[in-house]
Design a protein around this ligand. Sequence first.
Ligand SMILES: *Cc1c(COP(=O)(O)O)cnc(C)c1O
Length: 380
Amino acid sequence: MGFSTDAIHAGNAPDPRTGAVAVPIYQTSTYVQEALGRHKGYEYARTQNPTRAALEENVAVLEAGVGACAFASGMAAITAVSTFVKAGDHVVCSNLTYGGTYRYFTKIQARYGVEFTFVDTADADAVRSSMRANTKMLHLETPTNPMMTLCDIPLLSEIAHERGALVVVDNTFASPYLQRPLELGADFAVHSTTKFLNGHSDSVGGVAVVKDPAHLEWLSFVQNSSGAILSPFDSWLVLRGIKTLVVRMERHETNAREIARYLAQHPKVKKTYYPGLPDHPQHELARRQMKGFGGMISFDVGSHEAAQALLSRVRLCSLGESLGGVETLISHPATMTHGSIPEEEREKLGITMGLVRLSVGIEDVEDLVADLSQALEAIG
Ligand SMILES: *Cc1c(COP(=O)(O)O)cnc(C)c1O
């Protein structure tokens, strides 16, 4: 089946009892058993829930995996996948990884004897030379937040697999519609469903998809044992959100392309970061590895004052963290999402005080351009 058909139908079988076309929200904590040792495959709702199972089946199909586990947040999905490494192991991770992932790895998992190296994963040689005999995992994010740099998933997967390391791709920014890491060579695809998969800024959740049945067995064991499951209602919301993933992603993208072109020629904008622009350093890789360029753009207006002027003047674009919703969100990475990185380090990564990030929504693009245009005029 095609991706759009799967997005709507995979895991979404009509309810066997009533024929309900939408998977019901099974809001129950337990299930009555017919007799001792005889039940319908459902014993306790941390372990099994039909609404969550429907979502897991749906996302597994969309990511071309053998199975998926849904979690209470993107971070819970990432921490569950991180149980594939143990004390004495080494992990190589993208130096522009999501801040919460960096915090979890360095402040929590490092206390349990796991070592980390953070590298520019756009540079395959840097990844290769940071691999050690005990490297067991490569954690990638592409495109990265907020610099929109890409990494070559097939090439890096080969490098990692040669050394027996597992490859995790945080696919939150692209969504499975635009990029399918498991088909490109990775072992795990993880998502914050909070973003594009749910798409309506009304749920927090996460999912991890695997391609090896043995990995699914361990991940399900971890999901049940540590218990950070996605609730039935959130599972239902994400299932519902995914039905329109394709039409939303296409609109996010056409809007983003037009806005990126507009920003790239604007005299007040020093630099625009968007993989769809021909001058993006990995534009060719984006064409090869992704089905589209997505809805995230960053741009530099040159100074903190300029960014402040812009952000205080926007009306339609909402100032806020997060991304991937139908409404356009605008943010200031240096003081918001990436505020915990020391300034010197931040500047080196390109996250200057003038950098602004845009999660382009699906509003009428003329209205978004008009809003940005009037706000850019506020810059002196
Ligand atoms: C938001 C986000 C996460 C964390 O997800 P939560 O649902 O907020 O826990 C992880 N990775 C990326 C790329 C994200 O954008």
